[in-house]
Design a protein around this ligand. Structure first.
Ligand code: SF4
Ligand code: SF4
Length: 327
């Protein structure tokens, strides 16, 4: 897409990525022909995956001149932070779009390690690295031609709202494109918007509330399995089959897509409205299901859960109560 001059009576839309995989930008493209409806009422003025607009062009835009920015990706480095601050100034409605901007997402799992742990692993210890001088990237490096700069790598990953004020959150990894259209239409319609800080494009309750799999009251389990260790019967709740499913700790709104495809939910929509920490909610949910009273027996059952931190906080560590590993 080439940048066109904006016509004055259209909304101005920006889509930006911080520390992200690109999937959220693709979810905007996944609106397919509905993208034509979007550009009929909104001019994209900044969208790095689709348009060649430079940062300085955005920096030179008048403050508050962008009506809506979908910011996807977490804040991992000084470039992400700078653009979050610029876009906040330029934008009327700033939306944290997708799990990474909302709660830190998959990049947020790096908060189980420090900056030093990560740089040491990548530049010294990884099996494919030959670096006898133990050279590390420097934010600034002088060469005869001038000063080379790269962004500073922060000690931790931040969700967008720990860096700038956020108006709304659309969860998902990536968000379902249909829900983006719903939110976009709501904004364009001029209807009353939900209170600032709301999660939009999703529901209040949990995925379990919408899941069609069979559930048994007070079911207990004595062993946890990884999904490949059991033959899923395709109709019984995953948790009741001993497979961790984040449904009880996850906000509904995706249509329980993974479970519908016979995979357990991994929690990408974040916690439901009544909970702020998916890990704590999940631990409470499975705590009621373990078929043991003796602490040693309970420990034995829990030991079957591989990487509980990574499993329970897969999309949410930086935005959770835990936030990061405290060393
Ligand atoms: S735990 Fe998973 S499989 Fe079970 S009811 Fe909830 S969403 Fe469905
Ligand atoms: S089922 Fe869970 S992991 Fe899958 S899309 Fe929905 S919220 Fe995300």
């Amino acid at each position: 897409m080439s940048p066109e001059p904006s016509s004055s009576n259209k909304m101005k839309l920006a889509v930006y990525w911080g520390a992200a995989c690109g999937g959220c930008c693709v979810s905007v493209l996944d609106t397919h022909e509905k993208l034509l409806d979007i550009v009929a009422v909104a001019d994209p003025v900044f969208w790095p995956i689709a348009m060649d607009i430079k940062y300085k062009d955005v920096e030179n835009m008048p403050d508050q001149s962008i009506d809506l920015t979908l910011f996807n990706g977490a804040v991992r480095n000084s470039e992400n932070k700078h653009m979050a601050e610029v876009l906040r100034r330029k934008t009327k409605i700033l939306v944290a779009y997708g799990s990474c901007a909302y709660m830190g997402g998959i990049p947020g799992l790096a908060n189980f390690y420090s900056r030093e742990d990560i740089l040491k692993r990548v530049y010294e210890l990884s099996e494919s690295t030959t670096n006898p001088e133990k050279t590390r990237p420097q934010p600034e490096f002088g060469v005869p031609e001038g000063l080379l700069e790269i962004p500073e790598f922060f000690n931790e990953v931040y969700p967008l709202n720990k860096v700038v004020d956020v108006d709304y959150y659309i969860p998902g990894c990536p968000p379902q494109s249909e829900r983006l259209i719903d939110v976009f239409n709501l904004i364009v319609s001029g209807a009353q918007l939900p209170p600032k800080g709301s999660v939009v494009g999703a529901n209040e309750k949990t995925n379990c509330d919408e899941c069609k799999r069979k559930k048994t009251e007070n079911k207990v389990i004595s062993k946890f399995y990884r999904p490949w260790e059991i033959q899923d019967d395709k109709e019984t709740c995953f948790l009741e089959q001993g497979v961790i499913c984040m449904g009880p700790a996850t906000r509904s709104g995706c249509g329980v897509r993974c479970v519908e495809g016979n995979s357990p939910c991994r929690g990408c929509y974040g916690p439901p409205a009544a909970s702020s920490d998916p890990g704590a909610k999940m631990m409470s949910a499975i705590g009621t299901m373990i078929d043991a009273n003796d602490p040693q027996e309970i420990d034995k059952v829990i030991e079957d859960i591989v990487d509980p931190g990574g499993l329970f906080y897969r999309f949410s560590l930086p935005g959770s109560i835990l936030g990061k590993k405290i060393t």
